[in-house]
Write a protein of this length. Sequence first.
Length: 159
Amino acid sequence: NHYDIEPDIIVVAKAIGGGLPLGAILVSPKFENDFTPGIHGTTFGGNPVCCAAGKVVLEEVFERGLLNNVDKLGKYLKEQLYEIKLMYSEDIKEIRGKGFMLGVELNYPGNDLVKKMRERKVLTNCTSNTVIRLLPPLISSKSDIDFFLYNLHEVLKNK
């Protein structure tokens, strides 16, 4: 599964700055001495305010358990989606992804489902015509996940 690959170099941007323009390169220990000052440049690097925001984001993600929460809630979300798939197998073809990056492939175009979810105050996105892409914020709580699951169940039940 390509989601389980541990890359040696990861380039990140957007969210790492907490809403401010910031980009970074994260490297495995085997490359830690290969990137020295001046070897790499970026249009989103070096601003002290943005870097301070990025430091706070990284502390939140890596030191305060945010990733553990995403892992735990992502597994819960996926398990519950499989339960919904059992109830609505004529609607849902496949559940795929990891963590909070999930896709719910439908057996038909998903634009109507997206519209009905939006009417229930839940934002989703349909890609490839039949895949409902889920990408909740990393700070989502179990009650946020349950709100989504309840509304998905209701939309499928009343289609």
